[in-house]
Design a protein around this ligand. Structure first.
Ligand code: PEP
Ligand code: MG
Length: 888
């Protein structure tokens, strides 16, 4: 019989931390904490398999589930000595979702489950606090109606507000037990009116309702969006955690809080967290009441007059610190904890790996290695390469003039400027219109996720460092200032005021998530300094990785940036990018539109010194590092003059009739330019182009060698080869030109000639082609285009749909299709190496900067990946992780 339910707590714990896939992250860690002997309220987890079953069997449960749940409730009753639904000593439960990985805010919680008109009386007697019992009861009804029955919480809030107004109460704390009783009665009436059935009083009916709601919420739109954004497969499902209630709101000796074992913002090794006295769990994360600091040091730093947990409840604080140490040592990871103090007793409700900023992630990894908790390999493996660019975010330039409006909490680092928007939908629309926006909300909720993604940064008026906005923004790597209390937002009118100054939708502001400052207007930014912990991790990554990392760059600025990021060579210098600069394009057009070889040579002669200058600069910057320069590649239409003005301009230079020129341009028109006269085909048609480019390369090399003595090594690459003969023709031109330049300059430079493998035929005939090539570089952009037969330029119109329908998990132009395109890479690699075992082979398609594709390249055995400058650190780290993963 399949086991669908696992108990934790007391001496009955059945699961452990290794069972995360089955029990969800929360359930597995609750079991682990119970096994460690920590104070965990007992409970049970209904497995993720039940969720999968539920959706594959028309939203029904397995037959044996009910019996297993009953036994589990009995186990919890035995541990607690309470009985579910009992009129004397009732067991109350919480019901929460828990997927394999935490999905913040995705599914709501039901607390105080098991309360009805009878058990509430028992709770009043047992707690000696009737007011508390009825307050719990109304909270339960409200939560249950919201989460399980889908009623509008606003209506419940209206009842409460009206009641308070009628009875001259201001705060919830002004209400007595009788007040809450009256409100409970009104709530129940509302349910009957809305649903034409009474609020369920049977505890088991309540329990199954809540369990069903958790499973249903797996498929709500916001959960699906979150999964899509985070690559979480739909069939993972969620577990349901049912746990005995403990109360943080039974009086002044009660509290509830959240904490991180290290600072999640900067990684410092100090306990970091917030709590509220006399409050229930959700109150802290909801950001409605401003929480207190856990440690005295944090309180002092924040200059808060509210006492810390350390001061207020010293024994609890000591016990909690010991629990934190134990958990961090056990999991060897920074933990994010939830706890409750009920009448002076500490209870642990959750532990999980804490989310953190990239800065904190690097510091924690480096510190933990130094502390002997983890190895260098683990430290390197823990950094998410895709999130590294968080570090590369701009910050406000020192000395910039700042018109600071207010300061909130520095919730997520980096600075961002943008037009103010007040709704997530507006953020998305404006972003689609090409606007950079800052999303301003009173507080954010999971419904805002798409807007947070679209925004450059997020500003909230309410909420602490652990509020939704703060946690989610940190995860996304977006700058966020949270809890800026003086920001008054009027969402309906689309305005906000800050300290008497008003802003409307579209006005530009800047936020600095590092300092918490909110600033009027646009501000000068500076690129970050990547040193310290980042350098250390990168140094370890460099020691560990097998793959080399080069860059795709053609401008001196890009080359410099790439070198700064640690590029070990240029893997692709697209010479055509150099053709668009300044008035070069006119000479390029002249060359293309020339009717005769002579005219073409005349135009090329103009281009030669410009190209030579480009290459000289690059060689000087790169020194002895390898530089792969690709000969002209792109479809002709990219260069053709289009407007009348452009045609007139070229005609004037060429001294021809604009109409003749237009005709010539029409002749060159292609229906399928991507598959037309481009790459080596152009060079076969117009060998003079290859000759000019080769001359520019070699003259530049000879010049730099002569002047500086640096032995530069040009690697000349021929694009879009499908047949060995194409390569041979171009190669002969290059070799002849090199010989000529050598004898003209008297400099004996070295060079190699190789080819891109970016057509299926080239991959299949690699053995033959390798006879003429000294290196291969896989051009997986074109290889993906031609393997799938999907146009690079037109794919966007349908690829999204393919992903939605599950035909493709990822965009194959972003992450390599290992099965198809990857198979051709493997074939090309093996066949090339079979002829030339020492041949250098790399990749220079966009995939060279994608962590999953880099892992694939490592597995195949390529020598290097080449990617855009800003992705170089990502590639270095991903390459190290690939080595660690692929060799284990
Ligand atoms: C490729 O096709 O993968 C490649 C790197 O060349 P380009 O993107 O310039 O066509
Ligand atoms: Mg290409």
């Amino acid at each position: 019989m399949t086991k669908w339910v696992y108990v934790f707590g007391g001496d009955k714990t059945e699961g452990d931390a290794s069972m995360r896939n089955l029990l969800g992250g929360k359930g597995a860690n609750l079991a682990e904490m119970a096994l460690l002997g920590l104070p965990v309220p007992p409970g049970f987890s209904i497995t993720t398999q039940v969720c999968t079953h539920y959706y594959s069997s028309g939203q029904t449960y397995p037959d044996t589930l009910q019996g297993q749940v009953l036994s589990a409730v009995q186990a919890v009753e035995e541990i607690t000595g309470k009985v579910f639904g009992d009129a004397e000593n009732p067991l109350l439960l919480s019901v929460r979702s828990g997927a394999r990985v935490s999905m913040p805010g995705m599914m709501d919680t039901v607390l105080n489950l098991g309360l009805n008109d009878t058990t509430v009386e028992a709770l009043a007697r047992k707690s000696g606090d009737e007011r508390f019992a009825y307050d719990s009861y109304r909270r339960f009804i409200q939560m249950y109606c919201d989460v399980v029955m889908g009623l509008d919480v606003g209506e419940f809030e209206d009842i409460l507000e009206d009641y308070k107004e009628e009875h001259d109460h201001v705060l919830d704390t002004d209400l007595s037990a009788d007040d809450w009783k009256a409100i409970v009665a009104s709530y129940k009436e509302l349910v009957e009116e809305e649903l034409e059935e009474p609020f369920p009083s049977d505890p088991y009916e309540q329990l199954w309702g809540a369990v069903g709601a958790v499973f249903k919420s797996w498929m709500v739109p916001r959960a699906r969006t979150y999964r899509k954004l985070h690559d979480i497969p739909e069939d993972w499902g969620t577990a349901v955690n049912v746990q005995a209630m403990v109360f943080g709101n039974m009086g002044e000796d009660c509290a509830t809080g959240v904490a991180f074992t290290r600072n999640p913002s900067n990684g410092e090794k100090s306990l970091y967290g917030e709590f509220l006295v006399n409050a229930q769990g959700e109150d802290v994360v909801a950001g409605i009441r401003t929480p207190q600091d856990i440690t005295e040091a944090a309180r002092e730093a924040a200059n808060s007059d509210k006492p810390s947990l350390e001061r207020l409840m010293p024994p609890i604080f000591d016990e909690f610190v010991a629990v934190c140490d134990k958990l961090e040592g056990h999991f060897r990871e920074m933990q994010d904890l939830e706890f409750t103090v009920e009448r002076g007793k500490l209870w642990m409700l959750q532990t999980r790996t804490g989310k953190r900023t990239m800065k904190a992630a690097l510091k924690i990894a480096v510190d933990m290695e130094a502390e002997g908790l983890i190895s260098k390999e683990e430290a390197v493996s823990r950094i998410d390469p895709a999130a590294l660019d968080q570090l590369l975010h701009p910050t406000i330039a020192p000395g910039a003039e700042l018109d600071v409006l207010t300061t909130g909490l520095p919730a997520s680092p980096g600075a961002a400027s943008g037009a103010v928007v007040f709704t997530a939908d507006d953020a998305e629309t404006e972003k689609a219109n090409g606007e950079k926006v800052v999303l301003v909300r009173i507080e954010t909720s999971p419904e805002d996720i798409h807007g947070m993604h679209a925004a450059e940064g997020i500003l909230t008026a309410r909420g602490g460092m652990t509020s939704h906005a703060a946690v989610v923004a940190r995860g996304m790597g977006k700058p966020c200032v949270a809890g800026a209390g003086s920001v008054r937002v009027d969402t309906l009118r689309g305005t906000m005021s800050i300290e008497g100054r008003s802003f409307k939708k579209g006005d530009i502001i800047t936020i600095d998530g590092g300092s918490g400052q909110v600033i009027a207007g646009q501000v000068a930014m500076q690129q970050p300094d990547i040193s310290g912990d980042f350098q250390k991790i990168m140094q370890w990554a460099d020691e560990l990785r097998r793959l080399q990392v080069r860059t795709n760059a053609e401008t001196p600025a890009d080359v410099k940036a790439a070198l700064g990021f640690g590029a070990e060579g240029i893997g692709l210098c697209r010479t055509e990018h150099m053709f668009f600069e300044g008035d070069r394009i006119i000479a390029v057009r002249e060359m293309i539109l020339a009717d005769t070889e002579n005219d073409r040579r005349a135009a090329l002669a103009k281009l030669l010194p410009m190209q030579r200058k480009d290459f000289t600069e690059i060689f000087e910057l790169m020194g002895e590092l390898p530089v792969t320069i690709r000969l002209l590649d792109p479809p002709l239409h990219e260069f053709l003059p289009k407007t009348d003005a452009e045609i007139a301009e070229v005609a004037a230079v060429m001294k021809v009739d604009p109409e003749d020129l237009r005709e010539r341009a029409m002749e060159l028109h292609e229906f399928n330019p991507m598959l037309g006269n481009r790459g080596c085909r152009l060079l076969v048609s117009f060998p003079e182009i290859a000759e000019m480019q080769a001359r520019a390369i070699f003259e530049a090399a000879a010049d730099v060698i002569k002047r500086t003595g640096t032995p530069v090594l040009p690697e000349v690459m021929v694009p879009l080869v499908g047949m060995k003969k194409e390569l041979d023709i171009v190669r002969d031109i290059v070799v002849r030109t090199a010989d000529a330049v050598r004898s003209e300059t008297g400099v004996a430079f070295d060079y190699t000639v190789g080819t891109m493998i970016e057509l299926p035929r080239a991959a299949l005939r690699a053995e033959e082609i390798a006879g003429s090539a000294q290196f291969f570089s896989f051009g997986t952009n074109d290889l993906t285009q031609t393997t799938y037969g999907i146009s690079r330029d037109d794919a966007a119109s349908f690829l999204g749909r393919y992903q939605e329908k599950g035909l493709m998990e990822k965009d194959p132009f972003v992450s390599i299709d290992e099965d198809g395109v990857g198979e051709l890479v493997r074939i090309g690699f093996e066949r090339g190496r079979s002829i030339n075992p020492a041949m250098k082979i790399g990749i220079c398609g966009e995939h060279g900067g994608d962590p999953a594709s880099i892992s694939f390249c490592d597995k195949v055995g390529l020598d290097y990946v080449s990617c855009s400058p800003f992705r170089v650190p990502v590639a270095r780290l991903a390459a190290a992780q690939a080595t660690i993963k692929n060799r284990s």
